[in-house]
Design a protein around this ligand. Structure first.
Ligand SMILES: Cc1cc2nc3c(=O)[nH]c(=O)nc-3n(C[C@H](O)[C@H](O)[C@H](O)COP(=O)(O)OP(=O)(O)OC[C@H]3O[C@@H](n4cnc5c(N)ncnc54)[C@H](O)[C@@H]3O)c2cc1C
Length: 292
């Protein structure tokens, strides 16, 4: 049932410590739910599917903002918006598929507010940034009054919308190692229309050829193709060490059946999704081979 706004309480923390303390309460009724851009939460609130009455407004926590460019990795603050990621010079240059994914999240109004940590924590299998983060071996840094931990995004999703995030933990940053030299990234969202559509299939890859021309670094990740955003490890293995010829691509396409378990839903049927997932993988390897 939809709660009247007057029944909702918003905690505005003074700083990050205060925010973490407000999460560190035993009674789940008293524990506020983190609120970043609100682009997911307000939809649930409006639909009456959200039970929480208390919210933790993260927007004043300046320490969670910004993008820090390091030598080995870029650290993206939890509150970085998709607009910031879309426009950030180094991200556009060195993580073009993240910039591309940022441009595909909703339309500009959504990109203005929606944050990267919100996309991760909302844990939709269709979240556009998630396959990109998986293909780049991203790490998620989380913090609570108990301390910090950093875990691979790949270990973060335990099942459909189930996260390896304790109720008292906040995501504070996402760490993305720079791609290996000469590796090339590819991103493709397949949806019904250009803006505001949830993806039918979303794919991100990171491929590199060694000196002998064979792939020596292969990452392939999908969204909307399983209960969680997912690396396609069997397909990765099928391509690794090959030159990406027609038979190698065919083997990788076949292997996708071991990686992916798409559902039928109102957006698409499972067979269609599998076909598209294979087509996009094929296109990506062909582009890498210098074709189209
Ligand atoms: C019209 C519309 C179109 C959309 N289109 C797309 C799209 O094309 N692609 C796409 O991927 N998404 C899309 N979305 C979904 C949404 O915009 C994204 O998931 C967005 O990244 C959510 O970020 P937020 O900051 O608004 O999260 P919020 O709504 O504030 O929070 C979402 C969840 O994350 C939790 N959370 C937020 N920050 C933290 C943190 N730091 N630590 C722990 N938990 C946290 C919240 O408690 C909540 O559970 C769309 C939404 C709308 C309304």
């Amino acid at each position: 049932m939809k709660a009247p706004l007057s029944q909702l309480e918003v905690v505005r923390p003074r700083d990050l410590d205060h925010a973490l303390q407000s999460l560190a309460v035993d009674d789940p009724e008293l524990r506020p739910l983190p609120l970043a851009g609100g682009t997911d939460l307000f939809v649930y609130l409006n639909a009456g599917t959200l039970e929480a009455r208390r919210y933790l407004d993260l927007s004043s926590l300046r320490g969670l903002r910004g993008v820090r460019v390091g030598r080995a990795a870029v650290t993206i603050g939890a509150l970085a918006t998709f607009r910031q990621l879309r426009e950030h010079r180094e991200i556009r240059r060195r993580l073009p598929s993240l910039a591309a994914a940022a441009r595909e999240v909703g339309a500009w109004q959504i990109q203005e507010r929606a944050t990267i940590a919100g996309n991760i924590a909302n844990a939709s299998p269709a979240g556009d940034s998630l396959p990109v983060l998986l293909a780049h071996d991203a790490l998620v840094q989380v913090r609570s009054v108990r301390g910090d931990r950093t875990l691979a995004l790949d270990d973060f999703y335990l099942g459909y919308r189930r996260l390896a995030l304790a109720a008292d933990e906040l995501i504070v940053a996402v760490i993305i190692p720079w791609s290996p030299p000469r590796a090339r990234a590819f991103f493709r969202k397949v949806g019904t229309r250009r803006a505001q559509s949830i993806s039918k299939v979303v794919v991100a890859t990171l491929l590199r050829r060694g000196r002998n021309g064979a792939f020596d670094h292969v990452r392939i990740a999908y969204g909307s193709m399983a209960p969680v955003p997912k690396r396609a490890r069997a397909a990765e293995q099928a391509l690794l060490g090959t030159r990406g010829r027609a038979a190698d691509i065919a083997a990788a396409r076949t292997a996708l059946a071991r990686d992916l378990t798409p559902i039928d839903d109102i957006r698409s049927e499972s067979d269609y999704r599998m076909e598209v997932a294979g087509n996009v993988l094929e296109q990506c390897v062909r582009v890498e081979n210098g074709g189209r």
